[in-house]
Write a protein that binds this ligand. Structure first.
Ligand code: NAD
Length: 442
């Protein structure tokens, strides 16, 4: 497999779809970035026009405003979203985030990526995403619980265990999922235990699955293990740089280290560190749990942001927020492969620069699909009232990731395109087949 294969992103006609749907032509809009990748990939496989226009817009855009009583007695109004992008293959599925910077277009884009992700790994779900505009770090535990419960009650009529199944994302966790499920189950029409399938990512004692917490990082590692040998990078001794050291990269870093990789730089919201002899991710994880960040870790040197990006490594793994890699950061990067652990970590200008430089990008819809895959296992276990062992979860996850990686590689070789277009094409083939047999109602 060659690392210099070019992207078709700027060469293929996007047809009349964006004009037909009246989209603005803003090259740096995150939602349009996702739509355009879909349209380019659709062109490669000659996807029907009707499927392209259906996928170019979400099916439902739900926006809610709800008041919550704060600890000081005053009421504050919160804005929340739930985007249901597509449910041709199964119930809408996707996390919800609590973040002060939640915007409609971003949630739409993330919901779209969920549709693609579920189709790449062939789990029977569609795509959705939600969010509340709030900084959870500024809330007391009581306020956080009330926001979580009011958000659930605001969207309760539009979701459900076989309709739309949320999960954790940035700023939300298993405790919030437990409050969310409890609120849903307390409403008069959902007072049966099966209703706990309404969310995944729950605590293990309340219907959660073994292995969910590490699932996304494990999936990134499984994908790299499957793809890197073909790119000529042996896992043993490969050098890695981690952007973000939260749930995804905290786990991914430790798992890759255990597989023989050497993590040399890490950057999070508190700072960047480097040790050319290797950073012990297990030790750094414990430190991070105590201090809330990697800054001040004394077994590595503190470095500046630019040095972090310029450090030469085999694999760079962005696992922080969306759109952090712009043209400037992409120009600085000195890596052979980027594995997108975060969703849409590159903006369009960053993406173009990576393509120009010949950096092989393993796209998020494949690389970070491990989280939703184990969410699916949780939903299956709840539905059947059974509990899988951690070994069974790991085995099934690995099987799904390996098959998805192989399908993507086969499409990349057949369609002579980037891995991003090949992964989208893999998803679109499946969704196209489903629409073909279902037809369009009426
Ligand atoms: P998290 O909140 O646990 O961790 C986020 C990390 O990003 C933290 O280390 C934080 O310090 C870092 N960060 C935040 N702002 C930063 C900045 N300005 N500069 C450098 N670092 C910064 O989140 P997570 O669950 O690990 O998710 C990370 C990404 O992966 C998100 O984009 C999320 O949507 C995506 N994702 C997560 C899952 C999952 O299962 N958790 C699944 C799929 C995709």
């Amino acid at each position: 497999m060659s690392a210099t294969m070019t992207s078709h992103a700027t060469e293929l006609p996007r047809g009349s779809v964006t004009e037909e749907l009246g989209f603005p032509s803003d090259p740096d809009n995150l939602y349009l970035q996702t739509v355009n990748t879909m349209l380019d990939s659709a062109e490669l496989i000659n996807l029907k026009h009707r499927t392209r226009i259906i996928l170019a817009q979400p099916k439902n855009e739900i926006m809610v405003h709800f008041p919550v009583k704060m600890d000081d007695g005053h009421h504050k109004l919160f804005k929340g979203y739930r985007i249901q992008h597509n449910n041709a293959c199964g119930p809408y599925k996707g996390g919800f985030r609590f973040h002060s910077d939640v915007h409609l277009d971003d949630v739409k884009s993330l919901a779209f990526l969920m549709t693609m992700k579920c189709a790449v790994v062939r789990i029977p779900f569609g795509g959705g995403k939600g969010g509340v505009k709030v900084n959870p770090r500024e809330l007391s535990e009581g306020e956080l619980q009330r926001v979580s419960r009011r958000y659930c009650s605001a969207i309760m009529d539009q979701i459900g265990p076989d309709v739309d199944i949320p999960a954790p994302d940035v700023g939300t966790n298993s405790q919030i999922m437990a409050w969310f499920a409890d609120t849903y189950m307390m409403s008069s029409s959902h007072q049966h235990h099966d209703a706990l399938r309404v969310v995944t990512g729950k605590p293990v004692e309340f219907g959660g699955s073994a292995g969910r917490e590490k699932a996304t990082g494990q999936g990134v590692a499984d994908t790299l293990a499957e793809m890197l040998p073909g790119i000529g990078i042996p896992l043993e001794g490969m050098t890695v740089s981690l952007l973000g050291f939260g749930n995804v990269n905290g786990w991914g870093g430790r798992i890759l280290q255990d597989m023989g990789a050497k993590v040399v730089t890490v950057m999070d919201h508190t700072g960047a560190i480097r040790n050319d002899r290797g950073i012990d991710c297990h030790d750094l994880f414990d430190y991070n749990m105590k201090t809330g960040g990697v800054a001040g870790y004394d077994k590595a040197d503190a470095i500046e942001e630019e040095d972090f990006y310029r450090t030469k490594v085999d694999v760079f793994i962005p696992g922080a927020l969306e759109q952090m890699i712009k043209a400037k950061q992409a120009e600085w990067l000195d890596c052979r492969v980027m594995a997108e652990a975060a969703n849409a970590p590159c903006d369009p200008s960053g993406d173009r620069k990576l393509t120009e430089k010949g950096i092989e990008v393993i796209p998020a819809i494949l690389a970070n699909a491990g989280g939703v895959t184990v969410s699916y296992f949780e939903w299956v276990q709840n539905k059947n009232a059974v509990t899988w062992s951690a070994e069974q979860v790991d085995r099934e996850l690995n099987r799904h990731m390996v098959v998805a990686a192989q399908r993507t590689l086969a499409n990349r070789n057949k369609l002579k395109c980037s891995l991003r277009n090949a992964a989208f094409a893999t998803a679109l083939e499946h969704i196209g087949d489903v629409y073909k047999v279902r037809g369009i109602f009426p």
